[in-house]
Design a protein around this ligand. Sequence first.
Ligand SMILES: *[C@@H]1O[C@H](CO)[C@@H](O)[C@H](O)[C@H]1NC(C)=O
Ligand SMILES: *[C@@H]1O[C@H](CO)[C@@H](O)[C@H](O)[C@H]1NC(C)=O
Ligand SMILES: *[C@@H]1O[C@H](CO)[C@@H](O)[C@H](O)[C@H]1NC(C)=O
Ligand SMILES: *[C@@H]1O[C@H](CO)[C@@H](O)[C@H](O)[C@H]1NC(C)=O
Ligand SMILES: [Ca+2]
Ligand SMILES: [Zn+2]
Length: 602
Amino acid sequence: MKFGKFGSSIILAVLYAALARGTPMPFAAKHATHHVREISSDLKLESYHPPTSYQTFGSGIDHPLRKRQDATVESSSVAFVESQLGVKTEEVNVKSTAETEEASHAYLQQKLNGIPFANAVANVAFNKNNQVVAFGSSFVRPSKAASSIPSIKVEEAIATAERTLNGKFLVEEFPAPTLEYLAKEDGTASLTHVFQVRNEDGTTWYEAFVDAHTGELVSITDFTANAAYRVIPITSHSPVDGFKTVTDPQDTTASPRGWHSNGNSITTETAGNNAISYIGKHKNTTAQSGPGLQFIYKHDPSKEPFHGKNADAARVNAFYVVNTVHDISYKYGFTEKTFNFQNNNFGKGGKGGDRVNVSVQDNNGTNNAMFATPPDGQNGAMVMFLWDLSIPGRDGALGNDVIAHENTHGITNRMTGGGTGRCLQTTEARGLGEGWSDAFAEWTEQKSATIKDWTIASYLLDNMSGVRFFPYSTDTKTNPLRYFELSRQTEVHIIGEVWANMLHNVYAALVKKYGFSKTAHTDPTGGEGNIVFLHIFMDSLSLQPCNPTFVNARDAWIQADVNRYGGANRCLLWTIFASRGLGVKADSSYADDTTVPSDCAA
Ligand SMILES: *[C@@H]1O[C@H](CO)[C@@H](O)[C@H](O)[C@H]1NC(C)=O
Ligand SMILES: *[C@@H]1O[C@H](CO)[C@@H](O)[C@H](O)[C@H]1NC(C)=O
Ligand SMILES: *[C@@H]1O[C@H](CO)[C@@H](O)[C@H](O)[C@H]1NC(C)=O
Ligand SMILES: *[C@@H]1O[C@H](CO)[C@@H](O)[C@H](O)[C@H]1NC(C)=O
Ligand SMILES: [Ca+2]
Ligand SMILES: [Zn+2]
């Protein structure tokens, strides 16, 4: 088979270069031809689409049947493809045609042994002057093709796909299964049984390609669009860092049915299994801006929070951050069994019916935010106010750090003392609560092994100093806070600053020792310092007593390290805590003590 003229020679070069090397293509080189889909937590499937050549021709070029009165779009396009690619008539099949105001279009498939290819296709467009104005092709020249007679029965193929994709082939509703060739990355062509499989609630809907000779599920078409949210990414601080459209941010381990389904019903608004975000006064959620869970609302920073689409952007961002915190904390241990916030627990323990209600632009306050944590089984309530310290005013729901801080109150109040919501009530325990909330928010925003000094709420206050007295820092000149501060403070946020700064120092020390994982938000399995930090952080919450003191919380950290890491970080933890006065002899007098256990002494 001869491949002709424009562009296609380059395609072949690319194709065969990849073949010859036999090495995996670099990541970005796969964007145009591959897509990896995470079907479930333990199944990833990579689909392959042969490289496409595409040319446009301005005012048009001729095709072989242009002068023929009886030529149709179908016959003209087949003749054109034959002339361009050197294929025979029986190797081309017209799948469909379409008429638009300005052009006629034909969509073709490559055929082999009378059977069409699913992923080797072409399209030809003719202008009103009956000249070709566009031609695209992903036709292939297979090195080897499977027999056109299947050796696996279609029923068997369906059973495999239904099991693997956790859905059903609906005989009454779906088109009958077909046989199609599938061009593979290794240059061969497989024969496949092709049919649709959808799960009960319609959140997944695939076309399955099962090899008709091996019985393996070899590829899928995903009919659902990616969910997309225009938000301030979780590692960013505020609108100042910019909005981005993130696609499919949901984690399928933490949120097995995604962010818009509880497994029984699906929504197309800022409401789902983990959270609902709405404007406080009317309880209105934001609906998708386009089909397939697109939430694209442009925020205008020059306008007030109520103006135009700003309220939508705020609800979408709050929904995104709360769901992301759900998914991150889930992976580090805040699950159904440890009393998290979900409507449906999918039979995994704990009480459901308690997703987080997020009230955005709540009009019962200003310049603040709140989180109420009733016992497991009742909704968490996050309340985000507007901030009027700048012109225009700012929306609490766009301060990612403040949302993460509030959300962490839910985590710590549920995990401490077994889901009662009763165990962070003393001044010292509430102070710890404020500290964990700042520390978790900081964790989400540190981006590299250089742990930077960090402040909270700088965007909402429109002041880089943020809302606390000192930035969190390892430098005692930048942040001098020590344990003895508790002897003269009663305000819980100030007490919290002392704890959060100790944790900042622990964080920096662990990252210094073990490095930094850039995938820690989604992958908690590594040994990097930021991963170790969050594991000990979360593990310690379930270990500590009801209404813990600083001393108790420190002991729970050291115990959590024993449980998970065999005490590998015992001296590191003691050294950091002692460096800020929470040493071995620290007690309820709140006097600073810098003693470490004798085996940790330098
Ligand atoms: C504000 O407070 C009132 C009464 O305290 C309550 O009914 C209402 O739900 C609260 N939230 C909003 C957004 O008004
Ligand atoms: C919310 O709902 C109320 C009452 O249904 C309606 O008047 C208002 O325009 C809605 N507001 C937004 C921001 O969607
Ligand atoms: C949360 O919202 C639900 C309705 O979705 C309501 O029934 C419940 O009372 C709310 N809970 C809190 C604590 O705001
Ligand atoms: C920012 O906050 C700090 C600390 O409260 C204050 O000293 C400073 O004046 C503020 N800056 C501005 C520009 O308001
Ligand atoms: Ca729960
Ligand atoms: Zn707080």
